[in-house]
Ligand binder design. Structure first.
Ligand code: AKG
Ligand code: FE2
Length: 504
């Protein structure tokens, strides 16, 4: 093992010969002016405000002019940065030599290695005045086993730090994609699912709604916690009868498996049409990439008006879906009332009436897929709803993004998955968050998901609820009409944050 510079440098007065560079490659004058005044320091908190476009332009300009910029208000807590810095100080300056010797390696294939100067120490002419520790951080569970075991807190602190740094990196790449006019998510490595064995998300509780008022405080607390942590929970004992659910599911299976000619009249690219059957997405024709799904969509409110546009086959379609959507609307109101209490919105009927009036049915049919690692059922997105109530039967495929990783939402045949939508996030003044999610496919089973989107009526006014706004929680945006937000949401390619910009 070469002697690490950190192990002997403190006692020496003159620079040893092997570190002295030829005159033409020495830094020479050490009083060069700092570049700080020219390299922009970019305030990332502006991403959430009116000046987002300006901030994205700053990043792009700095990238063109310097290829460097600094960021502040980047979301990595100061104490975490200090902890990481202290860990490395302890690593290089205090850790006994024998601990470091175990990590020292000249084998470039070794995942975690400590070296001095460059990896080519033995054949370099001049050594560099540095020691260096390097290791990969992704995927965390695999890499962490090779990380230093000392200082004791190394793995704990650096795991958190690396997750935060990765999030920051993804955010910055997203700003750059935005500035370059690329589609959202352009730089993300996970546009294909790649691997197929995703872990289940353990932040999604299965909440039992069944036991009446005695359990209410506990139910409310569980819901709020899930909405704050991940924005998704499941409910069982929800009051929608198993019979209605099974009947609806088998009816939809029959629908999607009907001969082509029975469905042809519903296939359309006309956005104005109320009831639409599409393959891929509604923007399929403009997309180079197709999605491995068919989708049927139509509104359900007001029922009598909408029903006329619904499919006529299977013959029981209208009767079954009318019953199902009525039950889901009731369940939706119940969940919103519980959430209202959890959020601390004083008026318990806050969501009643127009604010939760609109119900859209969206049913996905994902046939078994020849190679699920290469394609998606639905790409990553946030729902623009108040809440979404989804039934995925016994085949999982819904995935949530948490700390930059995808997790499965476990399939419970009796449960509905409830998902916080972007408009509820606004009303909660960011107290609860909507979660980015996607649907993956599988090679064995047909998967049908019955998705009910609960929306405000299009002309209702959306704003952070007055009881959630105070001096320390200023309103995240001004009031707007739901339809204004929806228009922006679609024109901004489904990006809720951008859709909200005009109302900041
Ligand atoms: O089918 C799924 O699991 C996801 C559906 C979904 O996210 C949607 O329709 O917005
Ligand atoms: Fe969704």
């Amino acid at each position: 093992m070469e002697k690490l510079v950190s192990s002997w440098c403190s006692n020496i007065k003159a620079l040893p010969e092997s570190y002295i560079f030829p005159p033409e490659t020495r830094p020479g004058n050490l009083t060069v002016p700092t570049y700080n005044s020219n390299i922009p320091v970019i305030d990332l908190s502006k991403a959430e405000g009116q000046n987002r476009t300006e901030m994205v332009e700053q990043i792009l300009k700095a990238s063109e002019e310097f290829g460097f910029f600094q960021v502040v208000n980047h979301g990595i807590p100061e104490n975490l940065m200090n902890q990481a810095m202290d860990i490395f100080k302890e690593f290089f300056e205090i850790l006994p030599a024998e601990e470091k010797a175990m990590l020292y390696s000249e084998d470039p294939k070794k995942s975690c290695r400590l070296l001095t100067s460059t990896p080519n120490y033995n054949w370099e002419k001049n050594h560099l005045w540095r020691d260096n520790l390097r290791h990969p951080c992704h995927p965390l569970e695999e890499c962490i086993k090779d990380w230093p075991e000392k200082p004791i807190k190394y793995r704990e602190v650096m795991a958190i730090f690396s997750v935060e740094a990765k999030k920051l990196g993804s955010r910055i790449l997203e700003f750059i994609a935005e500035g370059l006019g690329l589609e959202s998510g352009y730089f993300r490595a996970d546009r294909r699912p790649g691997k197929l064995d995703f872990p289940s998300c353990n932040s999604v509780p299965v909440i039992d709604l069944g036991n009446g008022d005695d359990d209410r405080p506990e139910i409310v607390e569980q819901m709020l916690k899930a909405c704050q942590e991940i924005g998704v929970f499941q409910v069982v004992n929800h009051g929608v009868s198993e019979e209605i659910i099974n009947e609806t599911r088998s009816m939809y299976k029959e629908f999607f498996e009907m001969p082509e000619e029975d469905k042809a009249s519903l296939i359309t690219e006309d956005h104005e049409k109320q009831c639409k059957l599409v393959t891929g997405s509604t923007r399929h024709n403009g997309n180079k990439l197709n999605l491995w799904r068919d989708n049927l969509k139509h509104p359900c409110h007001p029922l009598e008006d909408c029903m006329k546009s619904w499919p006529e086959k299977p013959t029981r379609y209208r009767e079954v879906v009318a019953a199902y959507s009525t039950e889901i609307k009731k369940l939706g109101s119940r969940i919103l009332e519980l959430l209202c209490q959890g959020l601390g919105i004083e008026n318990s009927s806050y969501f009643e009436g127009k604010l939760s009036e609109d119900l859209q049915m969206s049913v996905n049919y994902y046939p078994p897929c020849p190679d699920p690692s290469l394609t998606l059922g639905i790409p990553p997105h946030h729902d623009p709803t108040l809440i979404t109530i989804l039934h995925q039967g016994d085949v999982s495929g819904l995935q949530l993004l948490k700390d930059g990783e995808w997790f499965n939402v476990e399939a419970h045949p009796n449960a509905f998955v409830v998902n916080i939508g972007y408009q509820l996030q606004v009303i909660s003044n960011n107290k609860v968050k909507s979660c980015e999610h996607r649907a993956v496919t599988n090679s064995n089973d047909t998967r049908i998901t019955i998705v009910c989107f609960l929306y405000p009526a299009s002309d209702s006014i959306i704003e952070p609820a007055a009881s959630l706004v105070n001096e320390s929680n200023p309103p995240l945006c001004r009031a707007f009409q739901s339809k204004e937000f929806m228009r922006n949401f679609y024109s901004m390619g489904g990006n809720g944050e951008l859709a909200l910009q005009p109302f900041k």
